[in-house]
Design a protein around this ligand. Sequence first.
Ligand code: ATP
Ligand code: ATP
Ligand code: MG
Ligand code: MG
Lengths: 226, 226
Amino acid sequence: AASVYDAYKIYGTGDEEIRALNGVTVGLRRGEFTAIMGPSGSGKSTLLQCIAGLDELTGGRVLLGTQDITNLNPTQLTFLRRDYVGFIFQSFNLVPSLTARQNMMLPIKLGKRTLAPGEFDEVVQMVGLGNRLDHKPKELSGGQQQRVAVARALIGHPPIIFADEPTGNLDSRSSGEILQFLRNAVRSRGQTVVMVTHDPMAAAYADSVIFLADGRLVDSILSPTP
Amino acid sequence: AASVYDAYKIYGTGDEEIRALNGVTVGLRRGEFTAIMGPSGSGKSTLLQCIAGLDELTGGRVLLGTQDITNLNPTQLTFLRRDYVGFIFQSFNLVPSLTARQNMMLPIKLGKRTLAPGEFDEVVQMVGLGNRLDHKPKELSGGQQQRVAVARALIGHPPIIFADEPTGNLDSRSSGEILQFLRNAVRSRGQTVVMVTHDPMAAAYADSVIFLADGRLVDSILSPTP
Ligand SMILES: Nc1ncnc2c1ncn2[C@@H]1O[C@H](COP(=O)(O)OP(=O)(O)OP(=O)(O)O)[C@@H](O)[C@H]1O
Ligand SMILES: Nc1ncnc2c1ncn2[C@@H]1O[C@H](COP(=O)(O)OP(=O)(O)OP(=O)(O)O)[C@@H](O)[C@H]1O
Ligand SMILES: [Mg+2]
Ligand SMILES: [Mg+2]
């Protein structure tokens, strides 16, 4: 569903140079749930954002779906992402002036997708925010904001979902609900999920785990649990 | 070191009323490490911010140190907190225009404390940010930003440290370093630590754990591990 070839993302120059990605080649299979783990600062968020077309590589190529997106301009990328990608940001990126409901519906309103009856309610029910929908982000707890960000990416069932630490602020019950939903999205609907996580319990829901360190792929394991 | 008596924090009115704190009485002993756990939205961040004087109660009383702070005005609270409290926010609250180093040193610069030689380096070394000090928050990974927020609260060894999910974005090695440091601050320096966490592994570093649900204290256990 997505891949990068010899991907480089370099900030600064000379002594100041930081290689957030230092030659990464990885293919993420369609209809699979892949977890990405690694130390803080190892390039996980950078990799996710470059594959999803939210950030540009310094070198190398990106394929999203079957399309080489390496040299698309921001407008073309926005159109492609709108109906194809759901993205859960590590720092949520909610719109402060919109309510939880409006934040969740934003990709649908901006895109071409239409929701089937019950689709909105199903996701809202799963993240457990039924009674907070008309509140703005500043009136929500950290974990409630995270769940709005999760719902926004899942409503409308986009073919590929990128999740950057989607359960970092959640108790084990809320986390379990979301991870189970992501797994079902893959098993029953054929969606593709790529999730960065620090939590081995969350990684256990995935079909495979890839490990980054210092901007490089250093290891991978298949099906950590059946 | 801090306590609340019959604390209420209520938002909205009538049907819309949310009781973030619904009659909480708890004492946090000096020189101890207390963890606070509970479901997302149960009132943990609210409790922490009200005890630390960052937010006002709707009803009830707060003691910080030996002082009743319930009715102090914002200026008085700022003076009290400046040299007495270190606070690690769930969403970090870093100043975007300042570098990591400047963010960490802000409480010291604003307050009366002076740093002993080596104190800054010791904390920077522990959080592992030695080579990122001159970067601004937007040039740092999520976990690096969290570590700046942690360092800012620990430099200068304030008598009481409030930590709201300090390891949510960190891998197990970085988390372990910080939790060990917090435990040492309590064991060897007599500081007081109050930490909200969703992670049972983190709670295991504490001397006791208190549990919130729906704005109430529902349970507590002493020394989850020796
Ligand atoms: N300004 C506000 N207006 C209305 N409700 C609010 C406001 N601030 C917080 N709340 C509500 O108060 C409740 C408790 O919030 P709090 O942030 O203390 O939860 P928490 O236990 O820290 O949750 P999490 O684990 O998700 O961080 C939540 O239901 C939240 O939506
Ligand atoms: N704009 C920037 N300028 C300079 N360095 C940057 C910039 N953005 C990111 N970096 C650096 O690139 C490296 C990788 O960052 P990235 O956010 O991908 O890490 P991560 O694996 O997601 O970490 P975490 O687990 O802490 O979220 C980090 O060392 C970070 O400081
Ligand atoms: Mg990251
Ligand atoms: Mg909270």
